[in-house]
Design a protein around this ligand. Structure first.
Ligand SMILES: [Fe+2]
Length: 467
């Protein structure tokens, strides 16, 4: 049996655990799927199989990864969902209960699994070298089969990935190289960061280690035409603090933010740091060179949401709203501009523009007053990065949109479709919406009805059907 999950807000409502694995071969579609749209939309996210151990406290970043896949083509749609069968989940399934502390906190972990990596594979699903990987920043990638969603095992790319691996690698659109990093690379709470390049065939091309100024939780990083940038922001890991019963990862407001700039394929000797006042992002939109400056566009805030201070106090939503910000990193410092003040969650772009000057970012966002991040992101929008009116679609009262994904169907950044999962909390119904990316305000061209509620999640990827 599974004990009740308890009152934690991320164990109820939008994020309530979904305990079934389904196969729905032919779904109801309202409207008409575009004839050229054939492939699979994937969504990874946290979906705890068991409630936390006595005395521990759940965090939405901690749930076991579950992949939802919606396959479109020939005017039809099918849906499938599977947990990623991590070693953690398999051990806990065998025991019939949770064995690990939240975030692997050793204070709450059963000694029987002390030897085992804490991998929940719950954050992103990203392709490389013709394969598909479930990613969580604490561990190596976990390969999943793109059709069956069967878990195929961890991947080290020839031994180059020796531990943590970001959930936000960057694929170089010019040569297919995958640039990635892992923090806590020499043990939890260490300052070591490993930087990898894996070539388009999946072979290790470059591996090096750098040290960040303090052991920050580095969720995302940046890649331009010529550089990678490691953003060090004051969410700090402290294992001694965790063992004393306080947060393992906490916001330390007295720390500076620092941007570590390194040529692609560089080493620690090539790294230079630019410091700024504390600022935060979980997710970048894009980054590119502009003369001697590096332009970094982010869903940014003054303080990290969802992360407590060292005493365990969580921040208020109004202090942590993510809005579209431009951080211009110059040799002498960092300048910030606000591109759009919408309260947003996940920015995505036309991936063909990764690292290059670009015009559009797609987001899920809210235009309504909210008290927190559980209130839903009822809208989708396209933001013009050089100014101009945004194009947006409001999903209505009680709507929750997940991360949107752009699927190109022409050369421009608006030639294509925008796909996003929507949960209607009033009717308790989920759907995948297919929008004309250039005309979001017109509403969906097709709505693919899911056979059950799809719980809230994180990141998405579109894989075109093999031609
Ligand atoms: Fe993320």
């Amino acid at each position: 049996m599974v004990a009740p999950f308890g009152p934690d807000p991320y164990m109820n409502g939008y994020y309530a655990p979904f305990l079934a694995e389904l196969d729905a071969p032919d779904l109801v579609i309202e409207g008409t799927l575009p004839a050229g749209l054939a492939g699979t939309f994937y969504r990874n996210g946290p979906n705890p199989a068991y409630p936390v151990r006595d005395g521990d406290r759940y965090h939405v970043f901690d749930g076991d990864g579950m992949i939802f896949a919606v396959t479109l083509g020939g005017g039809r749609a099918a849906m499938k969902n599977r947990w990623v069968q991590t070693e953690k989940l398999k051990a806990e399934r065998a025991a019939g209960k949770r064995l690990f502390g939240v975030f692997g906190n050793p204070r709450f972990t059963d000694p029987s699994v002390n030897f085992m990596d804490y991998n929940i594979a719950n954050t992103h699903i990203w392709p490389h070298a013709g394969r598909l990987f479930a990613l969580m920043e604490g561990c190596p990638p976990v390969e999943v089969h793109p059709d069956s969603l069967a878990t195929l095992g961890s991947e080290t790319f020839g031994g180059a990935v020796t531990g943590p691996f970001t959930a936000h690698p960057k694929t170089d659109p010019d040569n297919g190289d995958l640039h990635a990093f892992g923090y806590s690379a020499k043990g939890p709470g260490s300052t070591a960061v490993r930087y990898n390049i894996i070539d388009a065939q999946g072979r290790p091309k470059h591996t090096t280690f750098i040290d960040q100024p303090y052991p920050s939780m580095m969720h995302d990083f940046l890649m331009t035409d010529r550089h990678v940038v490691f953003p060090v922001m004051p969410v700090v890991l402290d294992m001694a603090r965790a063992m004393s019963g306080k947060p393992m990862a906490a916001w330390e407001a007295e720390r500076a933010t620092a941007f570590g700039i390194m040529p692609k394929g560089g080493t620690a000797e090539d790294l230079r740091w630019v410091e700024s006042d504390p600022r935060f992002m979980f997710h970048s939109s894009n980054s590119y060179e502009f003369g001697d400056d590096i332009v970094i566009d982010v869903a940014g805030s003054a303080r990290a949401p969802l992360m407590p201070d060292a005493d365990g106090n969580l921040p208020r939503h109004e202090d942590t709203r993510f809005t579209m910000k431009r951080w211009i990193v110059s040799p002498g410092g960092v300048r910030e501009e606000v591109i759009d003040d919408l309260d947003m969650q996940f920015p995505r772009i036309d991936d063909r523009r990764q690292g290059k000057a670009y015009g559009s970012t797609y987001i899920n966002c809210t235009t309504r007053p909210t008290a927190g991040r559980l209130d839903g992101f009822e809208s989708l929008a396209r933001i013009h990065m050089s100014g101009g009116a945004r194009d947006s679609y409001d999903g209505g009262d009680g709507a929750y949109f997940g991360e949107p994904v752009f699927v190109p169907n022409g050369p421009a950044e608006t030639d294509g479709w925008l796909l996003a999962l929507k949960w209607d909390s009033v009717r308790n119904e989920s759907a995948l919406l297919v929008m004309d990316a250039g005309h979001l305000a017109d509403g969906p061209v097709a709505t693919v009805r899911m056979p059950a509620r799809v719980p809230g999640g994180f990141h998405c990827h579109w894989r075109g059907a093999p031609s």
